[in-house]
Write a protein that binds this ligand. Structure first.
Ligand SMILES: [Zn+2]
Length: 339
């Protein structure tokens, strides 16, 4: 009698442990709006006033200010329980790039990264990237780089936080996500080039897409009367699937005007080649580059955090988050059907 009771008890307990609900794709779709709303203008603002502060001295590659920014980003991930990828190439969130790796890397520097492992397809990796370096101090003036690319830096951090919150509630992404903060962008896209050409932390053939953000906190002259926009570059260049998914997600959840004005390899500005996504695209990895266009403070000491439109920064970060959610949790990875 006693024995049977014990068996029933153990049986009940083990059922209790193993019945953690497995969410379906429909559950994930229903849950998405709730996590979109966790990305807030005020949080982005708080972070950006630190990242683009005097203390970080314009974050020039290899300089003290860049190191301080790297430590700040790493500590944010630690505080939020978002781990470092486990790899011979990464130590405690840092991918070390030795001085001399490329001629323009004159001092040691580092990419910073965080990782959430997928539940069903952990070997398939989605990358969400932004460069955190900027121009540093020139002629005694700090180049704060609030929009370029402090805005993308804090967006990636808050997107990671939203994914972590969902994970805690049982909505772990089905594919893995790498949150990648690259250095050396302003001196030639070198942090991302180090990642793709020298030390991919995860195999490039398993990398399903790169969503790259470089300047998403301002409103350019062309949109001053309608700030509800973002320029998208590259979404249809390698994968029709990626472009369609991006369009649908925006229509369903966000409602920004997606402006494709610069989405042309022959555009005289050549934006497709001018930020870190290009190092992924050249390896046939589908990319989307999110961008607000240039403005009068572009690459000037006056690119400061008081000039950011935080509501728009939040909305663009929400679009990237929602797109990433669909890419991480969708049935199939986006097919590369173009060259
Ligand atoms: Zn930039």
């Amino acid at each position: 009698m006693k024995k049977i009771f014990l068996l029933i008890l153990i049986g009940t307990l083990s059922i209790g442990c193993s019945t953690q609900k497995v969410f379906t794709k429909t559950d994930y779709d229903k849950a998405l709006p709730k996590y979109i709303q966790t990305i807030k203008p005020d949080d982005l603002k708080t972070q950006l006033y630190v990242v683009a502060s005097e203390e970080f001295e314009g974050r020039a590659t290899g300089e003290e200010g860049q190191k301080k920014a790297a430590a700040y980003i790493r500590d944010f991930y630690k505080k939020n329980g978002i781990s470092s990828p486990v790899s011979e190439h990464v130590k405690d969130h840092f991918q070390h790039i030795p001085a001399g790796t490329f001629p323009r890397i004159r001092k040691d520097t580092e990419n910073v990264m965080a990782f959430i492992e997928g539940s069903e397809k952990p070997d398939e990796i989605l990358i969400i990237s932004a460069h955190y370096d900027h121009e540093g101090i020139k002629n005694g003036q700090i180049y704060f780089g609030a929009d370029d690319d402090g805005s993308g830096t804090v967006a990636v951090m808050e997107i990671a936080k939203a994914f972590k919150k969902a994970e805690k509630d049982g909505y772990r992404p089905k594919r893995s996500i790498l949150f990648l903060h690259v250095t050396g962008e302003e001196i030639g896209l070198l942090g991302s080039r180090f990642y793709t050409d020298k030390q991919p932390v995860f195999p490039l053939e398993n990398t399903i897409a790169d969503l790259n953000t470089d300047m998403i906190g301002r409103v350019d002259e062309a949109h001053k009367d309608n700030p509800n926009y973002v320029y998208l570059i590259g979404s249809d260049m390698l994968s029709t699937d990626l472009h369609n998914l991006s369009e649908e997600v925006n229509k369903k959840y966000i409602g920004l005007d997606l402006d494709y004005k610069f989405n042309d390899v022959n555009d005289p500005n050549q934006f497709y080649y001018r930020s870190d996504h290009y190092n992924f695209a050249k390896n046939n990895i589908p990319v989307i580059f999110y961008f607000n266009g240039v403005h009068k403070d572009y690459h000037k000491p006056t690119d400061t955090p008081d000039k950011i439109n935080y509501d728009m920064l939040a909305k663009r970060a929400q679009l990237i988050f929602a797109t990433a959610w669909e890419l991480a949790n969708g049935e199939n990875r986006p097919v590369v059907d173009k060259k």
